[in-house]
Design a protein. Sequence first.
Length: 597
Amino acid sequence: MSTKASFKETFENYKRLFRHKLSGVDALPQLSILGLISGTITAGVILLFRLLIEWPLAQYLPNGDPENFEGLSSLMRAVLPISGAILIGSIWYRLQISQRKVGVAFVMERLNYHQGYITFKSFIMQFIGGVLTILSGQSAGREGPAVHLGAACSSLMGQYFKLPNNSIRTLISCGTAAAISASFNTPIAGVIFAMEVVMMEYTIAGFTPVILASVAAAIITQTVYGADPAFLVPQLNMNSLAEVPYIILCGIIIGIVSAAFVSLLQRAMRFTEHDIFFRILAAGAITAATAIMFPQIMGVGYDTVNQALLGEFGLLMLCAIAAAKIVATSISVGLGMPNGLVGPTLFIGATVGGALGLIAQWTMPSIASSPGFYAMLGMGAMMGSALQAPLAALLAILELTQNPNIILPSMLIIVVSSMVASEVFKQKSVFLTILKEQGLDYYNSPVTQALRRVSVGAIMTRQICRSDKIIRFEEAKEYLRQEPKWILIDGSEGKPVSLLPIVDLAHYLEENELLFLEAEEDDLKERLLINLLEIPAQRKDLAPLYFQATLQEALDKFAESKTEALYVERTSAPMITRVLGIVTRADIENYYQYKRG
């Protein structure tokens, strides 16, 4: 054997071992390596995404400021969003309905219904849509598209290497965390966002690779953009504990604002029966009409958030900007514009919080903290209630402002606003709301989560042998010497049709041993043949299952096929499949009960 062939065989063996390790829940070293790779790739994509947004904006916006939409004339503020809407609508019109879905909600859908598989075309559409929405001044954020892009990169990597589906789900978490980390420069919030918002679960095994992905993305991003936080504000703090009742009131008000925002978006989504081109055109026209009066709502709007944090707006302006942002963003997203939602929630929270801060200074001037302090609290409260992710919101605000003085009041206002939105107005996460309007139910019970973390490769029985339905006596004895657990019986087309327990064949041979010995002595060939489909045995019907499937997919296959066992196969070449093992329903139930115990 040549050195090249030997190296190739060794490499293939290593890949098989790597995949096999990933099929279980304890593949921490392997997942950590994949997390680092995922974070690195995602950071590169997000840097390119930001470059294609910021560089053109710096070229055509006044003073070379990529967020200075306010410097445009009233005519340009109207023309830009409408022109962008025409371009985006023309592209989206040519896509199938399934191909128009983008953002965090789409990633959650792929996780729940498609095991995290995201296509390259979806990646390209989100990249183009995300760039065009911000370049054309739509009321958009870049974090939602970034999550889609990061998740898609990780999913495509897992699909390319044919990794088990349970590890692709973990890679989606890695890509999500890395995207938030690279976009916001918030590595801790990226990890919690991935777990709390997208995966909606916390697992010890999942944390390590996700943390590594987030850290890798943050390091790469900080190398390019520096380590400064997204919002440069003074180290503001709460002046007095006497403000606590007012902070609770602010939480109630922002919870109401969050519910109104999500409700308006939900209502706008009910126009899906109309042509997508005209819906996006209408979204662009609404943004244009709003931007003529309030250009602050255009683009990402972080410059406006900074101004609110610094207390540079008056009360009426803050209220007007907040209302304009709520209307423009919720209706645009509801009508199908591929906008991000995370950034706008921070914008709305900052402006509403800033307005409440000004009211506090007027009503209790001796004890009230600065409007900028309340703007910071508002950002966390709005993000936490709209996303129904209090911990992710708290850590995001902490990292975005690098102000530890806001931890205690932020915890209070975020919890209050989230509870008002969820318990009083029965508001779910904005992303779950989007999925519900699309007719999808994000079912994520603890049992389902546990079964999705494990691939069939981790529990399948590999002690099998394949056989034709008719075999000779000598072949049957050879099978017994190999000591498999199951015999996989092939049909006339060469595909498995039934499963025979080896113990049943052993019993049959034992009961008919004398008959076979006499046949051997008399050389009666026809009496030496055994039909495995006719001998007394507890045979099981079969259905195929691909190697990358999770235990949840296996249960779904059992329900669909009404069979008693599944044979796990992998395609090694076009039209060539190899059976790797057998899984029964009892195997899955025993595994889950053992792990739970």
